[in-house]
Design a binder for this molecule. Structure first.
Ligand code: UD1
Ligand code: MG
Length: 449
């Protein structure tokens, strides 16, 4: 499409029903502010210029909306006089003369590029206004799309509708495309003589037709057009987003045994043939390569899991955890800011933080890297092919060489050279027969009571 387009995104609402200390468009979906989802879909539809209509939390909203590939200019709407009034806040930008104006809402975050493109194509096909509509069993509160002979003749707001019009189940999503050369003229003709006393953007349909123009509606799935007014709707949007993203990953070759229990972030990357068991949570910044297995009840954030690596069950990978090919982090282990080398094993009840673990090294159960002295963090470097005996504490900063062996239960405070055996524990003493003596004495005391 060579036609130029300006997107006008409405995000000036007060978010009263959210009962929140911040604008609703800043609330995250898949770990990313709602407004950023809208912006990403606008960018994906081939539009790069955006006028963002701001009200509450203007600075924060503009920052959250400024994603790569978009030129976003914020315009302030100081009074909420309706959607038609809101779009006109972008008057200066519109006056620059785009072929098309695309209106989107900051609180309708599940929209994809496809309906936006379809609305723009309808303009290219000769319409002055192309509204994105959806069919629903529950139309209450939405403007209804009134159609005659295949043409959209009006959008009737619920409060202004007759009973017959309220029975219509084809609804206005609020999103629409407007002929850019006519937009300012059409918008300036909107009045506020209606039940709410607001400037309704939806009046554009009748205004365009009264001037001899044409309006059409394009259909889109209801699941993309769910709006967010309160926390219950936010939870519905989160569910729909999770379902969509899981589906995308599964059709791209990721196995999920119980997908409804897997929670993804907007930037979660999972490769083909990876297996994700039930009840796994992906915080932001996780990459899992093909063929890796994430066992049940694991929590990952800011981590990278290479091909064929194994995580969990019940493992926690925190930011900076980087597992090389075939590495294994097992149950009740926590890894933070640490490289786990190729084929290395961290299998049970262990904390590895601020560390490097060499290839094929085995970390025994209950090993702790003591990385924090109460003020500063320190690093532990463990070479390749080393063996750390169970229940050892490695007090950082400390280095353990390739092939070194640490005796179980050691507290290691000094560097251990390659291939050395280090003991950091009290030597075992043996008292033959002494247990029996103590037992007899204790039994005698009990009998004498
Ligand atoms: C609007 C549509 C309705 C549609 C519904 C879909 C109109 C007149 N009605 O109704 O047909 O079915 O959306 O959800 O357009 N906003 C501003 N400034 C304003 C007014 C609104 O930025 O002055 C923003 C709001 O924050 C919101 C969006 O525009 O993101 C829609 O406004 P809202 O008041 O929710 O419109 P509805 O009454 O829901
Ligand atoms: Mg609304």
């Amino acid at each position: 499409m060579n036609r130029t387009c300006l997107a006008v995104v409405l995000a000036a609402g007060d978010s009263t029903r959210m009962k929140s200390s911040m604008s609703k468009v800043l609330h995250p979906v898949g770990g990313r502010p709602m407004i950023a989802h809208v912006m990403a879909s606008i960018a994906a539809s081939g539009v790069s210029d955006v006028a963002l209509v701001l009200g509450r939390d203007a600075e924060k909203v503009e920052k959250a909306a400024s994603i790569e590939g978009l030129a976003v200019e914020g315009v302030l709407q100081t009074e909420r006089l309706g959607t038609g009034h809101a779009v006109l806040m972008a008057k200066e930008a519109i006056a620059r003369g785009y072929d098309e104006i695309l209106v989107a809402y900051g609180d309708v975050p599940l929209i994809t590029a496809a309906p936006l493109k379809a609305a723009r194509e309808a303009l290219a096909g000769g319409a002055d206004v192309a509204v994105i509509g959806f069919h629903t069993d529950n139309p209450t509160g939405y403007g209804r799309l009134l159609v005659e002979d295949g043409e959209l003749i009006a959008i009737r707001e619920e409060k202004d509708a007759t009973d017959a019009e309220r029975a219509v189940t084809w609804c206005n999503s609020g999103l629409m495309a407007i002929d850019g050369k006519k937009a300012l003229d059409l918008l300036s003709r909107i009045g506020n003589q209606n039940a709410k006393g607001e400037y309704y953007l939806t009046d554009l349909v009748e205004i365009a037709r009264s001037l001899g123009g044409k309006a059409v509606a394009v259909d889109a799935p209801e699941s993309e057009l769910t709006g967010c007014n309160n926390r219950a709707e936010l939870a519905v949007i989160e569910r729909l987003w999770q379902e969509r993203r899981r589906h995308e990953l599964m059709v791209s070759g990721v196995t999920m045994i119980a997908p409804e229990t897997v929670f993804l972030s907007h930037d979660t990357v999972i490769g083909q043939d990876a297996l994700i068991e039930p009840n796994v949570v992906f915080g932001p910044g996780v990459t899992v390569e093909g063929g890796a297995v994430i066992h049940a009840f694991s929590h990952l954030e800011g981590a990278h899991v290479a091909a064929g690596a194994n995580v969990g069950p019940f493992a926690r990978l925190r930011p900076g955890a980087n597992l090389a090919e075939g590495a294994k982090v097992g149950n009740f282990c926590e890894v933070k800011k640490a490289e786990i080398g190729r084929g290395a094993k961290v299998n049970h009840l262990t904390y590895i933080g601020d560390a490097v673990v060499g290839a094929e090294t085995n970390i025994g159960a209950g090993t702790i890297t003591c990385n924090y002295d109460g003020v500063n963090k320190h690093e532990t470097h463990i070479g390749a092919g080393a063996f750390i005996g169970s229940n050892s504490s490695l007090v950082a900063p400390v280095k353990i060489g390739d092939g070194a062996l640490i005796a179980s239960g050691s507290v290691i405070t000094e560097d251990v050279p390659a291939d050395a055996l280090a003991f950091g524990r009290a030597r075992q003493e043996m008292k033959p027969g002494r247990a029996a003596v103590i037992r007899e004495r204790n039994l005698a005391i009990k009998a004498g009571k």
